[in-house]
Write a protein of this length. Structure first.
Length: 315
């Protein structure tokens, strides 16, 4: 069976998605051949009465404990740096990426996940109060100890990623080999504020695509790929920044391709992401089995060349 290029987003597991529902979705994803589970130590502090994260990792850990052999079939992706501290307001109070904070956070993630290793560990958001070398060294220590297999940067400015990778290379340390950013087929106007997006550098750009495509060591993951359900539920309106002629053309092209292929717009978007250059791993969060089935089918869909060209040229 070919590998499925789709990561199951588990942000809401244990908060707005009840544990029993999460277990069913995890079972279904694994049985369909899925492997990557994407979470973070801060998920979802904003939906938890205590104001702390860890619920998603905890649910995954309980599921792994109840599903013999599952840990050998799944790959765990989790993040550090955005969990709120005990005092102050987020994001100013986030625990950040100092060496001590990273060491404490990974210990908590391992405990909640019920595992001794993390397959891909992300610096969740930038922490410019800490020297890059300190963060890079803390992450390298985790790889050296066998605690972490690969390292990634989420919501980082591209120049900071490159500096971090260079700092690691100069010292002979492992560096970031994955980027995680927000990306979808419809895009906001460059520079326009998007109310639901707090990460200043959390976007895929043409430069990002070129950077990843030029380096075979790098992979690109994308979140918010389906824009909160907008593609199949137009009543879920997008921010004003998405209202521009380029997206009008893209929406028309998307509708045409979906109609001609007899699939949903969601599936076309996922196929466009996974089959492009560079190929992108979409992170898709779901709350119902039919949403998961649709997403898996979309990630596995191969777009005919003429339909991909139609989508690409609509911009």
């Amino acid at each position: 069976m070919a590998a499925i290029r789709l990561a199951l987003g588990t942000m809401h597991f244990g908060t707005t998605v009840p544990e029993a529902t999460a277990f069913d979705l995890l079972d279904r994803y694994l049985d369909a051949g899925g492997s990557w589970l994407d979470t973070a130590d801060c998920y979802s502090f904003w939906a938890d009465p205590t104001g702390h994260g860890g619920a998603s990792e905890t649910v995954i850990g309980r599921w792994l404990a109840r599903r013999p052999g599952a840990r050998e079939r799944v790959l765990l992706s989790t993040k550090v740096g955005a969990e709120p501290g005990d005092a102050g307001e987020w994001p100013a109070n986030r625990r950040g990426l100092a060496a001590r904070a990273v060491a404490e956070a990974v210990a908590g993630s391992l405990r909640r996940l019920g595992t001794d290793r993390i397959d891909l560990y992300w610096a969740h958001m930038e922490d410019r109060s800490v020297e890059l070398a300190e963060t890079v060294g803390a992450f390298a220590d985790l790889v050296a100890a066998g605690t972490v297999a690969r390292l990634g940067a989420s919501n980082h400015a591209l120049w900071r990623v490159e500096r971090a990778r260079n700092a690691a290379a100069r010292r002979g340390w492992p560096g970031y080999t994955a980027l995680q950013l927000r990306h979808s087929y419809l895009r906001p106007r460059p520079g326009a504020p998007v109310p639901d997006q707090g990460h200043r550098f959390g976007w895929v750009t043409e430069e990002t695509l070129d950077y990843v495509a030029s380096d075979p060591e790098l992979t690109l993951w994308a979140y918010t790929t389906l824009l909160g359900g907008h593609y199949t539920r137009p009543e879920r309106t997008l921010a004003e920044a998405y209202h521009h002629p380029g997206n009008d053309r893209r929406s028309a092209a998307l509708a045409r391709v979906a109609d001609e292929l007899g699939v949903s717009a969601n599936q076309v978007v996922l196929a466009w992401l996974t089959g492009g250059t560079p190929p992108i791993t979409p992170i898709v969060g779901v709350s119902r089995p039919e949403q998961l089935d649709e997403a898996l089918a979309g990630a596995a869909l191969g777009l005919p060349a003429e339909h991909r060209a139609l989508l690409d040229e609509a911009a």
